[in-house]
Design a protein around this ligand. Structure first.
Ligand code: MTE
Ligand code: MO
Length: 319
């Protein structure tokens, strides 16, 4: 794979742009046993060595959050391309080819093109962002992502003034993705999602390339996914191969599938129930014996940062 998460003392991403260098460093990593150390970190709740790590800007709205141990967030997933059971992504997502990976940037941008992921990431510093994740199915987790604001990528390709929305598309390969071969799937593929451009430019909206201080696993949307913490999890589209700037609101997968159940905005809102689930509270993943329910917060706890974007909007109608 091609994304390397910088650790303490490593040079910054911007200092290691050429692909050759990435690959050489990967090989060094393999030989040094560091990969085994990273794998061990994955099974711990709190990798201590990156909390104060110089390589990341630790992000503000996080300190009080208890990180969900990684086995829960890497073995209980929604990634319908690999099946609808929660352990299907863990069992089948390794079939997905993530190296090489390129991302097409298209639509209303000054610099459209199909770019290798190394080029997309070049010059962008990775940060750690510890965010709540709230699935519309009423479970939640807290995940330490490694990523960077979406705006850093968008700015690179220069959206035109006429661009008002951005659409994202997931990789699709029927040979590698067993869930996409089913005739009875509840959703169409490729998976698509979208944001209003001001939402995409919000500092909390990130592209993630890692979690728990390590590369993303395929089941979590490697090598490049969206994370929008104030919206239901289905907005955080995985394994992105296309970014399109548009004038009109793009169609989105779950809204296409069941428009009465899933809206375009999908902001976390404990006061607006899903037809089949109350959204007032959530089950916290990983609480095991002490299985815990907690009240769901407006905008998933990020109201102070994001509520102003929806001022004057009827949030019951724009669900
Ligand atoms: N391409 C794609 N992206 C997707 C999904 C999916 O099925 N396919 N599921 C979504 C849902 S419903 C959730 S809750 C989150 C889960 O992310 P995680 O498995 O990394 O926790 O991914 C979202 N992104
Ligand atoms: Mo979800």
């Amino acid at each position: 794979m091609l994304i390397r998460i910088p650790r303490r003392g490593d040079p910054k991403q911007s200092e290691i742009t050429p692909e050759r260098v990435y690959r050489a460093r990967r090989d060094i990593l393999k030989g040094s046993g560091a990969l085994a150390a990273l794998a061990a970190i994955r099974t711990n709740a709190l990798p201590s060595d990156w909390i104060d790590s110089k390589g990341y800007a630790k992000h503000e709205p996080a300190p009080d959050l208890e990180i969900t141990p990684s086995p829960y967030t890497t073995q209980y997933n929604n990634f319908y391309e690999f099946g609808t059971d929660k352990d299907d992504p863990m069992r089948h997502a390794d079939a997905m080819t993530i190296d090489p990976w390129s991302i097409e940037v298209t639509g209303l941008v000054a610099k459209p093109g199909k770019y290798a992921i190394e080029d997309v990431l070049a010059g962008i510093d990775l940060e750690e962002r510890i965010y709540r994740l709230r699935c519309v199915e009423a479970w939640s987790a807290v995940i330490p992502w490694v990523g960077f604001p979406i705006k850093k990528v968008l700015d690179k390709y220069e959206p035109l003034a006429s661009a008002k929305y951005v659409k994202f598309t997931t990789y699709l390969n029927e040979d590698e993705m067993r869930g996409t071969r089913s005739f009875f799937s509840s959703i169409d593929f490729p998976y698509i999602e979208g944001l209003r451009l001001d939402e995409a430019y919000h500092d909390l909206a990130i592209f993630a390339v890692g979690m728990y201080g390590d590369e993303l696993l395929n089941q979590n949307g490697a090598p490049f996914r969206l994370v929008v913490p104030w919206k239901y999890g289905f907005k955080s589209i995985k394994s992105i191969v296309k970014i399109e700037l548009m004038e009109r609101q793009p169609p989105t997968t779950w809204n296409n599938s069941a428009p009465q159940e899933y809206g375009f905005y999908s902001n976390v809102n404990p006061e607006v129930d899903h037809p089949r689930w109350s959204q007032a509270s959530e089950r916290v993943l990983g609480s095991g014996l002490f299985a815990r329910n907690q009240p769901t917060l407006m905008f998933n706890g990020y109201a102070d940062q994001v509520a102003s974007m929806y001022e004057g909007m009827n949030l019951r109608r724009n669900y």
